[in-house]
Design a protein around this ligand. Structure first.
Ligand code: ZN
Ligand code: FE
Length: 260
């Protein structure tokens, strides 16, 4: 299909409801609140046709019922989580067509047990990844329901996506993530450059997202557990960590206690 337009709609303190449109019809991802979506649809004169949900948390699902009631949209979400009525169920390996584009469903458990991601579409010739609370710029989601091994596997699968993939994370957590990342890798020049860029964007009130897989591979410690400098930093916190999963788990625990 033709190129889509991608818009992050801010919601609550630091959520983004990602919106896609073709000038007439629109799709939103993880609408925790219906109000910013309805205001945007009205402002742009768009018809909502699809709602994608990555996981069951209220800040991602709270607007689904009202949007289904006010529009003719269809909604899709994870197969194995408690979701609002009317959401069709998907799991990894399945595909859906939205706005004339194919989206692949990926299983990415860890933040929640049934978390899924959507990969597909096209903006400026780049595919889109809607990863919910699995991958953030410079960080990853907390492990509320999954194990470190599950989350490490989920992040590893996202790391193999094309480098130009646009990573549409559901929260603006970038600056605090990058402060932690700088503690892990104080000599990472790409990380320092990205921090400077993001400080500038936030000072202007602009989103730091979308990111790209290529950028995250260069700056995100949770995708860099194989790098010697990240390994040794994690092992300074947790000397018994050897395998990648244990290095990842040590980093995640370190971040959980980090006061940025
Ligand atoms: Zn969440
Ligand atoms: Fe969230």
């Amino acid at each position: 299909g033709p190129d889509l337009r991608l818009t992050p709609l801010p919601a609550f303190n630091d959520n983004y409801i990602w919106a896609l449109d073709n000038g007439h019809q629109a799709c939103v991802v993880d609408p925790g609140d219906d109000k910013p979506v309805l205001a945007w649809l009205q402002d742009k004169g768009l018809q909502l046709i699809a709602i994608l949900v990555t996981h069951h948390h209220a800040d991602h699902t709270g607007g689904v019922a009202a949007l289904l009631a006010h529009t003719g949209a269809k909604a899709w979400g994870p197969a194995f989580e408690a979701l609002p009525d009317g959401v069709q169920r998907l799991s990894g390996g399945q595909q859906i067509e939205v706005l004339g584009h194919r989206f692949d469903v990926l299983d990415v458990p860890g933040h929640t047990a049934g978390h899924i991601a959507f990969m597909g579409g096209k903006v400026d010739d780049a595919p889109l990844l809607f990863c919910g609370d699995t991958l953030f710029s410079g960080g990853c989601g907390r492990l509320f329901e999954g194990t470190p091994a599950q989350m490490w596997q989920s992040l590893s699968s996202l790391a193999t996506l094309p480098r130009h993939t646009l990573v549409c994370c559901a929260h603006e957590y970038t600056l605090s993530n990058l402060r932690f990342a700088q503690d892990v890798e104080p000599d990472n020049a790409a990380l320092q450059a990205h921090m400077a860029r993001c400080l500038d964007l936030r000072q202007q009130g602009l989103p730091t997202l979308p990111s790209t897989i290529g950028l995250e591979l260069a700056i995100n410690p949770f995708l860099r557990v194989g790098e010697p400098c990240v390994r040794s930093a994690a092992q300074a916190q947790c000397p018994e960590a050897q395998h990648d999963t244990d290095i990842f788990a040590a980093l995640r625990r370190w971040k959980d206690q980090f006061k940025g």
